[in-house]
Design a protein around this ligand. Structure first.
Ligand code: HEC
Length: 192
């Protein structure tokens, strides 16, 4: 009997020695390393989650505007544009984009991807726009980047524009139905 107890006590001591010493050592180092980091870490995590919400929101705005603009561009072309002399949906859209920009909503631009635009104003003008158009040419339909402009994070995104119907070809005769014609570039501020 006594032998059994001695064995049990020994085993117990060995267990406490090994597990106990390991855990406390880790705990102590963790504790001392965590204390000065903690408040910063909390702020960082909070900032990250706010930014990811802002990013989701900005992406949603891009999808919403893209559906809106592309739907009316196609509808206008379908319903009103029967010869190349009438006002094209592209020109009308650019007027809408201008009003949106002036009212401080968000910056939207029409971009060319053919290399021979109707209007040279539609040529990509900076590295982001050129990268986005190159991505479209290689088959992507969406390209985005977060950029800091005047100290504020902005989502810059470009969606592709294709000659979705025959009506497009009457004015863009060097393309075929389905070909890439350009893109719509959005610039959405991520912080209020
Ligand atoms: C009535 C003629 C006409 C039709 C139809 C037309 N476009 Fe255009 N498109 C233009 C003109 C003119 C511009 C240049 C507008 C500007 O920037 O002032 C243009 C510009 C564009 C651009 C910018 C690149 C560039 O060439 O300047 C894209 C992209 C585009 N159109 C796509 C389309 C799509 C897609 C359709 C069919 C849904 C379409 N267009 C139908 C006349 C037309």
């Amino acid at each position: 009997m006594a032998k059994k107890y001695v064995m049990l006590i020994l085993v117990f001591i060995v267990m406490v020695f090994f597990t106990g010493s390991k855990v406390t050592a880790e705990e102590i180092t963790d504790y001392y390393m965590d204390v000065p980091k903690k408040p910063l870490q909390v702020m960082e995590d909070l900032y990250k989650s706010v930014m990811s919400m802002e990013l989701d929101h900005a992406r949603k705005t891009v999808r919403m505007l893209d559906d809106l603009y592309k739907t009316y561009i196609v509808l206008i072309t379908e319903e009103y544009v029967d010869d190349p002399s009438v006002l094209p949906a592209a020109t009308l859209s650019k007027r809408v984009f201008k009003v949106m920009n002036e009212k401080g909503w968000q910056k939207v631009k029409l971009l060319d991807a053919t290399g021979t635009p109707f209007n040279p104003e539609n040529n990509p003008v900076d590295a982001f726009e050129r990268d986005a158009i190159n991505a479209m040419i290689s088959g992507r339909t969406y390209f985005e980047k977060i950029e800091t402009i005047d100290g504020k994070a902005h989502l810059r995104a470009v969606t592709s524009v294709h000659a979705v119907m025959k009506g497009c070809i009457s004015c863009h005769p060097s393309s075929r139905v389905g070909d890439l014609l350009g893109g719509i570039a959005y610039n959405i501020p991520m912080e209020e």
